[in-house]
Ligand binder design. Structure first.
Ligand code: ZN
Length: 461
């Protein structure tokens, strides 16, 4: 029988928002296993490396040049029969590296039911009928927007940022303030529902602003950011509105306007949480959660789908009506948007790995399609053995040098190398750096799907 370890060749997209040339991790990784006609062009943006079976950019087996999709459909055991049957002979997840130079679309991904409806109505703009929960893990410092801010922060910005209030309308803003006042932190269901309706009302009003009024408001906002950065977007007598200093906030707003002049996204910014992730930190986006990525290199894992409803910071198709209707309007502090990783118990570390503080960390969102485990093997000779799992994995190396062994097949691993590991296979990785000293790190991210133990969630969402 064929050993279920395949080295993959993965394609990279060239969207406008990608990091340019060699600065793009996505491009650098792609180049390590590129098709013969691929070279990194110094001036070209490289946005997304795709690892998986999605037909828009399918990965290939380096050795045979067959697509991974073709291979897993030929041999169901690679995915496991159960997963192959449930997901129509495809990988349940799509694994990506994103290299973000400038903001990319304020967006949300439809839930399963809405995805089916949108796809039936408009297959060109909504190419899949699947939902798309997604998880982001930073590999360099990351900035993004995620979910609505706590209501008290939105209220403060409504008062401190006059152009924002003008766009929403003074009456709508006052109504919002009256409804949420004193109820910002209530956990009573009906009160929260009323708060969400009020939030929906001002958000929809903001999104319906005319281009002329956005342009005029932008001019005033940027003037304030440039002329009075030390007091930007603050009230003289109020507590800190944001985790950032006013001057930092002013700098970000000015930067975003440089990327997308006169865009409604500049004002949506004041309604959403501004999230910064250090390398290794993660966030998970449920269906219908509003978000936008601003900068950084990230590992992203999502259910295999390409459905996006966009509403700002984008030259692409915008669907404001669908977006304002679909959002859940849940609001929460930044800490609640982040996903806390836990120790991954199904890796055995050898003595060198153990004594050097090497680790396997699990990012496990509350869905069945994927989890990701990050493994840092510190010091040459550090080794990790992953228990076999009842589903497929894709592994990418983001730092250092090592080897991977499945059955009697061993392959060299370097930064950017990508492998597919079939279901039920024991997989061993080892740091083999020869001149890295005592603190060299061999880092891999492994996305996998295993249905066992998640039965309770099947069909539940
Ligand atoms: Zn997204």
């Amino acid at each position: 029988m064929q050993v279920p370890l395949l080295r993959l060749q993965c394609g990279v997209n060239s969207y406008d928002w990608g990091k340019v040339g060699e600065e793009s991790c996505a491009a650098k990784y792609a180049a390590t296993t590129a098709a013969p006609d691929f070279t990194i062009e110094a001036e070209k943006p490289y946005a997304e490396l795709w690892m998986g079976t999605h037909p828009s950019l399918p990965s290939k087996d380096v050795e045979t040049q067959r697509t991974l999709l073709d291979l897993v459909q030929d041999n169901q055991a690679l995915l496991s029969t159960e997963i192959s049957e449930r997901y129509g002979g495809r990988l349940p997840f799509l694994f990506k590296v994103l290299s973000i130079r400038k903001a990319l679309s304020i967006q949300a991904h439809p839930n399963k039911k809405l995805a089916e409806k949108l796809h039936a109505r408009d297959a060109r703009n909504y190419p899949d009928d699947n939902h798309k929960p997604e998880m982001t893990i930073a590999i360099t410092p990351f900035e993004g927007l995620c979910g609505f801010r706590p209501l008290s922060e939105i209220t403060q910005f409504l008062q401190a940022v006059e152009p924002l209030r003008r766009l929403i309308g003074d009456q709508k803003s006052s109504e919002f303030e009256q409804i949420v006042k004193g109820n910002e932190d209530s956990d009573d269901f009906e009160v929260m529902q009323r708060n969400k309706d009020a939030l929906r009302s001002i958000f929809t009003s903001l999104m319906e602003s005319s281009p002329e009024s956005i342009e005029a408001a932008t001019k005033d906002l940027i003037a304030a950011a440039e002329n009075t950065p030390a007091s930007f977007a603050t009230l003289s007598d109020a507590a800190e509105t944001d985790h950032l200093q006013p001057a930092e906030l002013a700098a970000i707003v000015t930067r975003l306007n440089g990327q997308f002049p006169n865009d409604i996204g500049l004002f949506v910014f004041f309604m959403l949480n501004f999230v910064q992730l250090a390398p290794g930190e993660a966030m998970f986006l449920k269906a219908d959660d509003i978000h936008a990525y601003i900068s950084g290199d990230i590992i992203e894992c999502m259910a295999s789908s390409d459905n996006v409803v966009r509403a700002g910071f984008t030259p692409k198709f915008k669907d404001v009506d669908t977006l304002t209707q679909m959002l859940t309007y849940s609001y929460a502090p930044i800490e609640e948007q982040k996903l806390e990783p836990t120790d991954y118990p199904y890796t055995i570390l050898n003595a060198t790995a153990y004594t050097s503080g090497s680790s396997s960390t699990l990012y496990d969102p509350p869905i069945e399609e994927f989890s990701v485990v990050k493994t840092d093997l510190i010091r040459t000779g550090a080794k990790a053995t992953f228990d076999p799992i009842g589903g497929p994995s894709i592994l990418i190396c983001t730092a250092g040098r090592g080897r991977i062994t499945v059955g009697n097949k061993t392959e060299e691993v370097q930064e950017g190398y990508v492998f597919f590991v079939g279901a039920e296979a024991e997989c061993v990785i080892e740091n083999t750096e020869s001149d890295g000293g005592d603190d060299n790190v061999f880092t891999t991210f492994k996305a996998f799907c295993e249905l066992t133990g998640k039965e309770d969630m099947v069909n539940g969402h």
